[in-house]
Design a protein around this ligand. Sequence first.
Ligand code: MLT
Ligand code: MN
Ligand code: ZN
Length: 298
Amino acid sequence: MRVRVLGSAAGGGFPQWNCRCPTCEAARAGVEAHPRTQSSIAVRGAEGPWLLANASPDLRQQLEGLAVERVDGVRAAPVAAVLLTDAEIDHTAGLLLLRESSTPLRVYGSEQVRRALTDGYPVLPILGSYSGVDWRTLEPGGSLALDGTSLEVEAFAAGGDAPRYLARTGADVEATGLVFRDRSTGGVLTYVPGLARLDGDVLGRLAASDVVLVDGTFWRDDELAQLGISDRTAAQMGHVPLSGPGGTLEALAGLSRPRSILVHINNTNPILLERSPERDAVVRAGVEVGYDGLEAEV
Ligand code: MLT
Ligand code: MN
Ligand code: ZN
């Protein structure tokens, strides 16, 4: 199977339009930091078409970078389906940008995500008036063969909070991770861009993968407070921070099998600065900082 990181930044992208933090300013100046688009990957099996996991607001430019074979017909989609890990705006705003599809958009996600995108942020009913939606429920713990490909996908619970647009309803939306298995090669890829609980179940799945693409949102739990941006902690936003005891970096450093790559990196995260001590710590842990256009064969 092949995976391409379409967007390696968290919501807001890098640099973020209204942010003057040191890392965003470095990206603007082109000094020791490269701009990144918002969180999404594309996956394809040894056989079959590309599939999108998460649909970012930067989807149009991201899909232009995807290598696709010649196809018949004037209107031919470069991706066969979209899988959603959650209902956050950075992972779902791109669905509206697929409204020109000439066939109903095939979308996979949990029932909690379907409800959020129906009642809270009604992208699915809106698409109903354009392309239409062919919704496929994929619950945490469940797995499915992906039609027309050699891939199977399994979803697992990754914790986390509901999107802020649902706060007034009190509805729960837990994020999921996705494990892709290629029946024809045996390769295993795990994608978890929002990881709030690094428990034994999640660690076991990461340890049993060939490549993992993991939540690298924040370096510190109080990263936003330190910069005077917000009082919300990484934990309150549904992300285990990278640094410190119990942090994601320590956990990834302990895994021997997978190639570990960080994705969904927030624009405040100092690992985006190529000569920072934090970047150095990531590299020393044997972990990679994801970037847009990174491809891996699994
Ligand atoms: C998150 O990853 O925590 C959310 O996408 C934050 C947001 O942009 O609302
Ligand atoms: Mn996000
Ligand atoms: Zn910033």
